[in-house]
Design a protein around this ligand. Structure first.
Ligand SMILES: CC(C)(COP(=O)(O)OP(=O)(O)OC[C@H]1O[C@@H](n2cnc3c(N)ncnc32)[C@H](O)[C@@H]1OP(=O)(O)O)[C@@H](O)C(=O)NCCC(=O)NCCS
Length: 183
């Protein structure tokens, strides 16, 4: 997929293999600052590069990567079950927006929304309905999804290996052309 959004200083473009060290550093920072991801069974590289990816994009500002998003075939079982039942679709008709994060210095400028919209547009282009899951206490992310026209279709409980039970919202994306700020 070619570049999907451009503003004077920020470009959303597909992630390249050469971007991975920078994206990994960014993910490490976000993990320490925001606690996302809250559960990391493997390495950050494994978190970013997965077999089920349909695409991944970065947001670049003056040649510095400031944000990232990916589109996956699936999330964990309970999320797919809730989405599939609620939407009346098979897993193969869905695509999961994942690995969304923006460096703190570049937040509040619409970068997160445009990364979200880029991955959403690609899901629709592939003929899949976009969904995502988010730990309920990631308040900025939940606000972003709601403002972007996404709807909560269920809440599941993620059992963290440390014993915590973390509520996770499952969201369904808006219809093509109706999402806020769509390019
Ligand atoms: C969630 C996250 C990606 C949002 O990124 P972002 O780039 O700040 O997102 P946006 O700029 O599109 O929207 C954020 C806010 O900025 C505001 N905003 C957007 N453009 C703006 C502008 N030009 N001027 C002022 N404010 C603006 C939005 O209205 C929104 O306000 P709100 O938080 O009060 O609702 C970011 O906070 C993050 O990386 N969080 C940690 C990781 C995380 O939780 N990821 C989600 C995992 S599921």
């Amino acid at each position: 997929m070619k570049s999907v959004w451009q503003a004077p200083s920020v470009q959303i473009r597909p992630r390249l293999a050469d971007d991975l060290p920078a994206v990994e550093r960014l993910a490490d920072l976000i993990r320490r600052i925001d606690g996302y991801p809250g559960y990391l069974p493997g390495s950050l590289r494994d978190f970013l590069v997965t077999d089920d990816a349909l695409g991944a994009w970065v947001a670049e500002q003056e040649e510095i990567i400031v944000g990232h998003v990916a589109l996956h075939r699936r999330s964990w079982g309970e999320v797919m079950r809730v989405a599939s039942e609620s939407m009346g679709l098979e897993d193969g008709q869905l695509a999961v927006i994942a690995r969304l994060f923006v460096i703190p210095e570049a937040r509040q400028q619409g970068v997160g929304l445009h990364l979200l919209n880029s991955a959403t547009a690609e899901a629709w282009r592939l003929g899949r309905r976009p969904i995502l899951d988010v730990v309920a206490n990631l308040a900025a992310a939940v606000r972003l999804y709601e403002r972007a026209g996404w709807k909560i279709i269920g809440t599941v409980e993620f059992r963290h290996p440390d014993g915590r039970r973390l509520p996770e919202h499952v969201f369904a994306g808006p219809l093509p052309g109706s999402y806020r700020g769509s390019a």
